[in-house]
Design a protein around this ligand. Structure first.
Ligand SMILES: C[S@@+](CC[C@H](N)C(=O)[O-])C[C@H]1O[C@@H](n2cnc3c(N)ncnc32)[C@H](O)[C@@H]1O
Length: 406
């Protein structure tokens, strides 16, 4: 069977926008004619930022890159597809029920149509994915922070950071949706980032709220480091972002706003996380997200404690410093989770990102809610027993004990 370029291009564009049953499911270009071309490209129809596109995934070594070709830009799209047709020897174009196996020949294209068992699928929508910033789409703050280049390609050494930002946005997305669903926020959200540092994640949240959630918002970032805060404000100004501000100061002294909807604190060192919790409670935060960093307090207190149940019953874990330190870290986060439950929050403790990428991988997510009195009493009992077992008096209790509901 002989194909012309025109026929093939029309196949690509058949109903990408409308009935998914008539749209191609995916197309695979392989066998590049030039050595320097990427060995394989996979194309799929997609909806990106509410616009129908063909998404191109290009593979090189173990990496893959994404580009989106909007259907609305028909000329550019056809130009690109035509380039692929001239650059690859083989094209497999899959529709529900049938596939086109096409090969480039000297005179044009030949091929055959083969039946398949593929079913129509929903054209993939980027609603859930667009907060996962995709490679190939330049995002101004990521370009300015040196994570991707102007074409949207993520630098090799910044891949972990890019993944971390995406993972964090997934958690933010879930939490903001929950607040919305529970009618704890309407169309406006005020967010505070305690210990924002270089603020990759603060800028990411701003991007997400503006581009994906489409909420009105105010974001404040706070950090002890004056120079870092200066850089963050300069970047916000350069990117013309008005509702994102950075303040220099200590979490303990924060008075900029009387309330906040969402407070987060990521990798804030040692007790800074506890100060962030205390401040979040005083701001009546509806949701609190914490990724604690190093936890020295519990380690020091359990190490120095004399004859505590912990040292007696868990002697194999409490004798060697390195084990006690790890145990103390987990014990700290368990304590924080229960303390937040006592303050009337539903708490989940999750893995933030796998260990391969950062050892600071525990995420504590707390969303304010109605907790039955009976449940609160049970949590309080466990909390007291736990404290006795550890044999310590944690700073967090001094900071937030007056918020406990049981
Ligand atoms: C490891 S950095 C994390 C930065 C950023 N949140 C992130 O995850 O990429 C911790 C930041 O917390 C800030 N910090 C620690 N204690 C603080 C405090 N009491 N008040 C304000 N910032 C604090 C430090 O200055 C530092 O920039």
């Amino acid at each position: 069977m002989v194909f012309t370029e025109e026929i093939i291009l029309n196949l690509f564009c058949a109903d990408c926008e409308g009935d998914p049953g008539n749209s191609f499911l995916r197309a695979v270009f392989s066998e590049p004619l030039r050595k320097e071309d990427v060995p394989k490209r996979i194309l799929r129809p997609a909806i990106v930022r509410r616009s129908p596109c063909i998404q191109v995934e290009s593979f090189k070594n173990t990496q893959s890159f994404h580009d989106n070709l909007p259907l609305a830009e028909a000329e550019q799209l056809r130009g690109c597809l035509s380039e692929f047709l001239s650059a690859y020897r083989q094209l497999l174009l899959i529709f529900p029920g049938k596939s086109f196996h096409i090969r480039k020949t000297r005179g044009g294209f030949t091929g055959k149509i083969v039946e398949n068992k593929e079913k129509p699928t929903e054209i993939s929508h980027d609603r859930r994915k667009s907060y996962v910033l995709s490679e190939g789409e330049p995002v101004p703050f990521l370009v300015s922070l040196g994570i991707m280049n102007g074409e949207g390609r993520v630098y090799k050494e910044k891949r972990d950071k890019f993944r971390q930002i995406n993972k964090y946005l997934e958690f933010m997305d879930g939490t903001i949706r929950e607040l919305h669903k529970k009618k704890q926020i309407d169309n406006f959200i005020r967010c505070v980032d305690f210990g924002c540092g270089k603020s990759y994640l603060t800028f990411a949240l701003e991007h997400y709220l503006r581009e994906t959630a489409r909420l009105d918002y105010e974001i404040l970032g706070l950090d002890l480091k004056e120079d870092v805060i200066g850089d963050c404000n300069a970047l916000a100004e350069k990117l013309a972002i008005g509702n994102l501000r950075f303040l220099n100061g200590d979490i303990r002294d924060y008075t900029e706003t009387a309330e906040a909807d969402l407070v987060f604190s990521l990798h804030a060192c040692d007790n800074a996380t506890d100060y962030a919790i205390a401040k979040a409670l005083s701001l009546r935060a509806k949701a609190i997200l914490l990724v604690p960093c190093c936890q020295h307090e519990f380690y020091q207190k359990t190490r120095d404690g004399k004859k505590t149940p912990l040292r007696e019953y868990l002697a194999p874990l409490a004798t060697d410093g390195v084990l006690l330190e790890k145990l103390s870290s987990l014990a700290t986060d368990g304590f924080r989770a229960h303390a937040l439950r006592l303050c009337g929050y539903h708490v989940d403790v999750m893995e933030f990102i796998d260990m391969e990428h950062t050892p600071k991988n525990i995420l504590i997510r707390a969303v304010r809610g109605e907790i039955p009195a009976e449940k609160l009493r049970a949590v309080r009992e466990q909390y007291e027993a736990y404290k006795t077992f550890l044999g310590i008096s944690p700073l967090l209790e001094q900071l937030i004990g007056n918020y406990y509901l049981a």
